[in-house]
Design a protein around this ligand. Structure first.
Ligand code: MC0
Length: 146
C-alpha cells in the first residue's frame, strides 16, 4: 500500500539559493542534507508534516553534482521545476513488483539507496502520464540505546 506523499523532488541550479528561497518565503527549514553520488545529486530535505503512517512528507531540493546526471539532463532540457513525486510505502519491493505486473516499467531491478538511508526505486515517466514517480521505504527508526 502507498500511504503518503513522501516527497516532491524539485530540480534547481543552485541548492543554497533555493534553500534560502524556501526559508525566507515560507519558513521551511532544512531537516536533512546529503550528497548521493550514485544519483548525482546534492539534496536538501525540508520537512513539511508528519503523516499518519509514522512517516513524513518533505520537499526535496536537488542540485546536480555532475553534468551527466539525470537531474542535470532534465535541467538542461526543462529548466528548474518539479522533477518527480515520491510515494511512501512500508514495502518498496512488494509495491514495485505489483506495479510492474500492471505493465509500468520499474527502473531498478533492486531498490537503491535514497535520502536518509531509505530504499527507493523509480517508475518510468512515460508509463505514468508524464510524471517520474518514485517509491520509497524509509529507513527504520533507530531505537535509543540503553
Ligand atoms: C525524463 N523524462 C521525464 C523526466 N525525465 N519526464 C517527466 N519527468 C522527468 N523527471 C522524459 C523526457 O522528457 C523524455 O521524453 C523521456 O522521458 C526520456 O528522457 P531522456 O531525457 O532521454 O532521459 P533517459 O531516458 O536517459 O532517462 C529518463 C529516466 C531517468 C526517467 C529513465 O531520468 C531516470 O532513470 N530517472 C530516475 C533516477 C533519477 O531521476 N534520479 C534523480 C533523483 P521525450 O518525450 O522527450 O522522449 S535522485 C532522488 O530523488 C533520491 C536521491 C531520493 O529521492 O532519495
Amino acid at each position: 500500500m502507498l500511504t503518503r506523499i513522501d516527497h516532491i523532488g524539485i530540480a534547481c541550479f543552485d541548492l543554497d539559493r533555493t534553500v534560502e528561497f524556501y526559508r525566507a518565503t515560507y519558513g521551511f527549514e532544512v531537516f536533512h542534507s546529503e550528497v548521493n553520488e550514485e544519483q548525482g545529486v546534492r539534496e536538501a530535505m525540508l520537512k513539511i508534516n508528519d503523516t499518519s503512517d509514522g512517516g513524513a512528507s518533505y520537499l526535496q531540493l536537488l542540485e546536480p553534482t555532475r553534468p551527466d546526471s539525470t537531474v542535470a539532463k532534465w535541467l538542461d532540457k526543462n529548466g528548474e521545476g518539479v522533477h518527480h513525486i515520491a510515494f511512501g510505502t512500508a514495502d518498496v519491493d512488494a509495491e514495485a513488483a505489483g506495479i510492474g505486473e500492471k505493465g509500468v516499467r520499474v527502473l531498478y531491478e533492486e531498490p537503491r539507496r535514497g535520502s536518509m538511508g531509505s530504499r527507493i526505486t523509480f517508475l518510468h515517466p512515460k508509463d505514468c502520464h508524464g510524471v517520474l514517480t518514485e517509491l520509497v521505504t524509509s529507513a527504520p527508526v533507530e531505537s535509543p540505546e540503553h
